[in-house]
Design a protein around this ligand. Sequence first.
Ligand code: PEP
Ligand code: MN
Length: 367
Amino acid sequence: MKKELELVAMSTWLPTNGLPAVISGPCSAETESQTIATAKQLAATGKVNALRAGIWKPRTRPGQYEGAGAEGLNWLIQAKKETGLPVTTEVANAAHVEACLKAGVDILWVGARTTVNPFSVQEIADSLKGVDIPVMVKNPVNPDLELWIGALERLNKAGIKKLAAIHRGFSSFDKGPFRNAPMWDLAIELKTRIPELDIICDPSHIAGNRDLIALISQKAIDLNMSGLMIESHINPDAAWSDAKQQVTPAVLGNIIEGLVARKPSTDNKTFKDTLAVLREQIDQLDDEIMQKLAKRMTISEKIGQYKKENNVTILQVGRWEEIIATRLAMSMAMGLSEEFIKDMLKLIHNESIQIQTKVMNKEGERV
Ligand code: PEP
Ligand code: MN
């Protein structure tokens, strides 16, 4: 396979004793005291290898908190002095890079909204010529693996060898259970194309919701990712950006503590490799099935509402018979057992009826 990038392993620039690297800190540095207090609490967990905080915030809509600007760099450097943690922040242009280098930021990252733009990435790469600093590149907001690799290549061509990728999911108009659809297959494909590239997972921006962070982190570990970037805040609900997805440093510590390190069940290499590949495929497919089921149930809910508004019955025998007949014919042609598919369709149909029943019987305002 052609060697795509010339890389220096992350274990050399962010040492972790063989454990997955943990990078944590607030979405945004808001004030000096918030930045330093978060850093101290994170350091106290003993589970964190680097402190993150956004200084320049790319907000989707104007009028939201856009970051502390260069002043915030001093807070980060102070937090580093007080905790000993290396610090990292997002850069989107040459001026940001220059300010970070001057302040002494240890690691830079390129955000998802910047990775999409080759002009911006090239500007950052050009400003880093002759500089030896690690750079982490988030995936672009759209699921384009070439664009992600292209950004890594631009930096690599400028001489940056301490590179890692950050998988933070992909946005789409069609909202599923995640803020940004993980599309794990893209991260897996990136690792397959460039096996020596370290990939860090960012469960916070994938989830958009703190309750899913542990599950996504475990999934990343199961996929053998090199680290996690998780947003944390001393008072998450009061955060000035991304409040819903941030956790306290103590919760962050518990999430990391609760992660199961995966051990191989046998030393037979061929067996292990084959099993791992097959299971990755199964995990990926199960994820897709769950997402499709969640989406199907959302549509059932809408149908329930529509039937309610038109005073139409929930159970439509003709439609149900048609579903059974078409799905059975299709699945049997694909080699699936008739019994299995019938059972599965019944379960799905029952759940759909229950959801619609709830909608029908909801009192008061229409949803
Ligand atoms: C962030 O890390 O706070 C951020 C802005 O992320 P992303 O570039 O993934 O949207
Ligand atoms: Mn954020």
